[in-house]
Design a protein around this ligand. Sequence first.
Ligand code: MN
Length: 233
Amino acid sequence: MTEYVLSPAPQASVAVANSDARFAVRRIFCVGRNYAAHAREMGHDPDRDPPFFFTKPADAVVDDNSTIPYPAQTANFHFEAELVVAIGTGGRNIAEADSLSHVWGYAIGNDLTRRDLQGAARDMGRPWDWGKAFDRSAPCGPVHTVAKVGHPSKGSISLTVNDEVKQDADLNELIWSIPEVISILSHSMELQPGDLIYSGTPAGVGPLKSGDVCKVSIVGLGTLTTTIAAPLG
Ligand code: MN
């Protein structure tokens, strides 16, 4: 057995609906600009340029009903409601027609963003990591199995802050569908069991502050609740 000089990190994981077992998270991929109205609000043409991706560390995941501190070094901390795809079977160069057979289940995600740091990085041609891939930046609700929920492709995706609706869209507004996203991603990276794909957010993104309660709902998948606490000292 391999000996390590430091104890290996705990396995990052998210809950599974109606189960005590958890879904071990390998990597987190995120799609940028996948709803036309959100692309427009971020100052881009919502054409069908190829989708682009960024990543977050696996241990950025946060369970449903968590309270997280307002993150460091931002004054513009944003919510982003997203459908999350949980990969069960890995693969390279997956054909679009085969894509959905690689999915284990679906969850609700909140792609938390330090928008000011993301914008500054974009303007300077620097990586997005400091805006996107920070600690506790990936709340994720329980994963629902394909057997239970099928493959959601239409229906409501919405987000509230303190019960006020901020995002309200339909999954059928995705520019790149889930099968397309899986296929395209797999032509660039070999997908592995445990990978999560945050599929992009609709229009209406905006700020969170300490004390806010943010709820993301997707038809058939329930609600993901995240509460924002004071910054860490
Ligand atoms: Mn996003």
